[in-house]
Design a protein around this ligand. Structure first.
Ligand code: ZN
Length: 269
């Protein structure tokens, strides 16, 4: 039964992944995500349903448009496959639970931001807002108002913290250190981290609450570093987006239920 559900969840991931390709490409360009239907970016040939089957259509057509034979970017099936795999891992780790839904939410957000931030250096506010609301809603429905409320507080806390970091950073370096999109992302990050180990409302201003947020950003920087280094060598001056790494480290921390405060206690006790 487990393998059966894993395959179903994986299939849903593939399907949603192909939708996330559309969302990630169209929203930053202000194109509706519903109309028109998917089309070949080169010859504008509108795609039939059998040309839209995730991964399989790409393989059967040999990675080419059926009409103009232009090459289709490997990025599309990569995004679909990544979504499917992340969904399957979420199910295998958490079963059908609150954590499963939060995990697929964070994975979905990661995939959309990979598409839009890597291509356009933009994270749409609509997407950030939608995922933040969904995270709180899932927690409200599947756990209760206590968790939802403390997640709102922790999300707001990380958002304000990041905003202050951005202000100080831009004063010191005299240029934009972090994008506004990355700052808004932190509310969502806070609501997800809070599910791993919900913070007590009274503890919100103690050092216990800083640790996970700071560790998350530290991990994001570590993951981004090799890419920043590579892009320096390959293409001079091209800014590398930070958003995908913030969400990648969030997904990693959530998958392994990593709590930095507990981690420290291992060494101090
Ligand atoms: Zn074409």
């Amino acid at each position: 039964m487990e393998i059966y559900y894993t395959i179903i969840v994986f299939m849903y991931g593939l399907l949603l992944g192909s939708f996330y390709n559309v969302v990630g490409y169209r929203l930053p360009n202000n194109i509706s995500i519903v109309k028109p239907g998917s089309f070949c970016p080169k010859c504008k040939h509108e795609l039939k349903w059998y040309e839209l089957v995730p991964v399989f259509s790409f393989l059967i057509q040999g990675g080419k448009c059926r009409k103009c034979k232009c090459k289709i970017s490997l990025f599309y099936p990569f995004i679909e496959l990544t979504t499917g795999i992340l969904f399957a891992i979420s199910y295998l780790l958490f079963g059908f639970s609150l954590n499963f839904f939060i995990a697929i939410l964070a994975s979905s957000f990661l995939v959309i931001v990979i598409v839009s931030d890597f291509n356009y250096l933009i994270i749409s506010d609509e997407v950030t807002l939608t995922f933040s609301i969904l995270s709180i809603l899932f927690q409200l429905v599947l756990s209760g108002w206590e968790l939802a409320l403390s997640s709102v507080l922790y999300g707001s806390f990380l958002f304000i913290l990041m905003y202050v970091v951005m202000l100080i950073g831009s004063k010191i370096m005299n240029e934009e250190a972090l994008g506004g999109g990355d700052v808004k992302l932190m509310f969502f990050v806070g609501t997800v981290l809070n599910v791993i180990n919900p913070i007590n409302v009274l503890d919100i201003l103690t050092y216990a609450s800083f640790t996970n947020g700071f560790f998350e950003l530290f991990l994001s920087s570590c993951l981004a570093l090799p890419f920043a280094f590579l892009s320096r060598i390959l293409k001079k001056g091209r800014a590398i987006p930070f958003g995908p790494f913030i969400l990648l480290s969030l997904v990693i921390m959530f998958f392994i239920s990593f709590d930095f405060f507990d981690f420290i206690k291992l060494f101090t006790n």
